[in-house]
Design a protein around this ligand. Structure first.
Ligand code: SF4
Length: 62
């Protein structure tokens, strides 16, 4: 089962605009369970603020 945020994650807008490739989606969001390792996901679960431009590995997209 993919990440529960797959469709609504802010990263989708970045992809649509061509600012990031779909590698994050393929390596995290759409996987069976690797989304559990996504920093965005983990912070959401803890109700911790995270910027829209933070990638699943925690890097900030400039
Ligand atoms: S970036 Fe993280 S929180 Fe957003 S959809 Fe992908 S796995 Fe889920």
């Amino acid at each position: 089962m993919p990440c529960k945020w797959l469709e609504v994650c802010p990263l989708r807008a970045y992809e649509k605009k061509g600012l990031i490739s779909d590698k994050w989606k393929k390596e995290y969001c759409q996987t069976k369970s690797n989304w559990k390792n996504c920093k965005r996901y983990k912070m959401s679960e803890k109700c911790e603020h995270h910027p829209d431009n933070m990638m699943p590995d925690g890097t900030i997209k400039k």
